[in-house]
Design a protein around this ligand. Sequence first.
Ligand SMILES: NC(=O)c1ccc[n+]([C@@H]2O[C@H](COP(=O)([O-])OP(=O)(O)OC[C@H]3O[C@@H](n4cnc5c(N)ncnc54)[C@H](O)[C@@H]3O)[C@@H](O)[C@H]2O)c1
Length: 322
Amino acid sequence: MERHVAIVGAGVIGSAWAARFALHGIDVKVTDPAPDVERVLDEVLANARAAWTHLGLVVAHEGTISVVGSIEDAVAGAGHVQESAPENPAVKIPILEAIAAACPPETVIASSTSGIKPSDLQPTIDNPGRLVVGHPYNPVYLLPLVEVVGGVATDDAAVQRAMATYTEISMKPVHVRVEIDAFIGDRLLEAVWREALWLVNDGVATTEEIDDVIRYGFGLRWAQMGLFETYRIAGGEGGMAHFIRQFGPCLQWPWTKLVDVPELTEELVQTIAEQSDLQSGHHDLRELERIRDANVAAILRALEANDWGAGRTLKEQRERLG
Ligand SMILES: NC(=O)c1ccc[n+]([C@@H]2O[C@H](COP(=O)([O-])OP(=O)(O)OC[C@H]3O[C@@H](n4cnc5c(N)ncnc54)[C@H](O)[C@@H]3O)[C@@H](O)[C@H]2O)c1
């Protein structure tokens, strides 16, 4: 990318975007009113570099990350803007209006929103045809997926340019063709999260037991084949049709609470927080991030050796970085 990238909002997600762009040799300008933004950026970049070491990636040229005092200073002349402000339309929309007023008219503005439809973000911004959602997954410097979503006013060209930018930084952009709240990944995750909250609420399992069920079991399958390919195999020689016919009726059994949501009482929040402290409280945040990153990197390298799934994206990343 010839021009710098602007990151507006540098919390969990914005700081990791900054690291991913910089590690691909792209200069980044960041703006965020938080007083400790420099510290967060430094710590996240350090974790990103460590994660890349686990991946065996060598960075030939690292871009710069500079913090500037205003949205205008960040986005003036930017080649791509990644808005990563809090998940609240009342906060995001004025920020997007300010970005659109200050950056070149052709610059793609991408929102990292986890679920707000781009059509709800674009009506009041200048040149709304260049606004897309570019929804990443945490940690952005390590996980390749980004969901790209256009709104009613978005130009196809903006979607294509966003997809090209993300490919340039070794991501796997998936175009969410039909605009829908929460897109694809978070719709699936919300369903699992809802059921997990019920299981804790009803005293069926602790946070650790639920995590064990995932990481010792179907989580390992999901990382390499997802859902449908896994279930195809589960259907045995009868394949997918047999699988659906065998397990389809369970959907009518009481195997799931579906759209019911447990009330997030203070008691339930405390129960989950206490169980989580018991499970993981002996690690601080950055340490947990490093454990996660080393494990994800190991999985990615194993998939690369098998030339499969997200390992293919890592292989392309290695070739891209030379
Ligand atoms: N946390 C995740 O796992 C995750 C994953 C994917 C997408 N997202 C999305 O990314 C976005 C950011 O989420 P997060 O988890 O990084 O939140 P966060 O609270 O960690 O970070 C938000 C940052 O925005 C800053 N901010 C507030 N007002 C601002 C302004 N006027 N200008 C610039 N910066 C401002 C805050 O100081 C903060 O540092 C949200 O839209 C969220 O839905 C989050």
